[in-house]
Design a binder for this molecule. Structure first.
Ligand code: ADP
Length: 343
């Protein structure tokens, strides 16, 4: 709202107050005069002091209301201007909360600031999401295109042909995995319950999943520390395997050479609790808030392998099992993922 509008609003407010005082003054003066005339015989000059008093009270009342009105209206004018900015898509605007001494105005500005901050987060998430999705598709597609063009050139050695074909194949596989995991997440998002369940040994499943990654943890000389109680679980074996696979895969990926990965399995009265800990790079507070979002990767440069879908899939499976997943982590020290499944 510009200055012209603000002045107009202040003027309208003062005129309204003036008219109210004027009207109430006229009514009360008329009442007072008629009462006085009925009860006493009126002296001729009684009208003048009353009219003088009345005129003074109208002027003083209107002036006070104009000053007070300006104080009340100015935050509203500021608020309206800020809202206009938000309407234009500016989500960086903030009101000065400490400027207002009236509780309601202070609360209003605090709520406004929270709203704008949330809108800003949503906007950042939306633009990051689009950038991440397109990056995940564009990178392998660009590789495939590049190596296919190279393959078309004459006088390539057999070794070069072989190398380029391998690159094309691995990028095709990457794309196909990406599409596969997107379809799986979307299927699970539309699914309300897990239908196929059977009994299986959870401790055995954790060991077997780790074995799938043997070449990766041995090549990094990672030490494994397993402390698993023998527990039989009733659930979807395949989906739970994917949970452990993603958590182990991340633990190995984000742990440096000679690191340690610890896994425990315990049962409480109503839960089965699995923890997977590593002493790797850890996760900052800011990154932690987003790790379960689709396509989110802590490393914005996407230099580490992965597509940011693993933990989104894990979260969806755990939700379907009516369980919970929590992460505790300290940057540079390591991370612990705790999965609780209802028993
Ligand atoms: P990605 O394909 O990148 O591994 P995920 O969905 O599995 O995608 O994980 C999302 C992000 O969470 C990762 O990019 C990383 O920043 C963070 N993260 C997950 N697990 C760990 C871990 N054990 N240590 C450090 N960071 C982790």
């Amino acid at each position: 709202m510009n200055r012209k509008h603000s002045l107009k609003l202040g003027l309208v407010f003062s005129v309204i107050i003036f008219l109210i005082i004027l009207a109430s003054g006229v009514i009360s003066a008329l009442l007072a005069i008629s009462l006085h005339m009925k009860v006493f015989s009126p002296p001729n000059n009684i009208l003048y002091p009353i009219l003088n008093l009345y005129a003074v009270s109208v002027i003083v009342g209107t002036t006070i209301s104009a000053v007070v009105g300006k104080r009340i209206l100015s935050p509203l004018v500021k608020f309206s201007g800020a809202l206009m900015e938000v309407g234009k898509g500016n989500f960086n605007i903030q009101l000065d909360e400490n400027k207002y001494h009236i509780d309601e105005l202070k609360e209003m500005s605090q709520n406004f600031n929270v709203m704008v901050r949330e809108l800003n987060n949503i906007e950042t998430f939306r633009s990051d999401f689009i950038a991440n999705v397109s990056h995940e598709f564009k990178t392998p597609l660009a590789s495939i295109e590049g190596y296919t063009m190279l393959l078309q050139s004459d006088n390539l050695t057999d070794q070069e042909k072989n190398e380029y074909t391998k690159k094309i194949l691995s990028n095709t596989k990457r794309l196909s995995n990406l599409v596969g995991i997107i379809l799986q997440i979307s299927r699970l998002e539309n699914q309300g319950i897990i239908a196929e369940k059977n009994k299986f040994k959870l401790d055995e499943q954790l060991r077997q999943t780790l074995l799938l990654f043997e070449s990766r943890w041995t090549s990094k000389n990672i030490d494994l520390d397993l402390d698993l109680d023998p527990i039989t679980f009733y659930g979807n074996e395949e989906l739970l395997m994917q949970v452990w696979a993603n958590l182990f895969s991340n633990a190995i990926k984000f742990t440096p050479d000679n690191g340690t990965i610890t896994c425990t399995l315990r049962r409480s009265d109503s839960f089965i609790i699995t923890t997977i800990s590593d002493n790797g790079i850890g996760i900052s507070e800011d990154v932690r808030k987003h790790i379960f979002e689709k396509f989110y990767q802590g490393d914005k440069s996407h230099s580490s392998e992965g597509n940011g879908l693993g933990l989104a899939l894990v979260k969806r499976i755990i939700d379907l099992c009516n369980g919970t997943i929590e992460v505790q982590s300290e940057l540079g020290t390591g991370s612990t993922f705790t999965v609780k499944l209802p028993y």
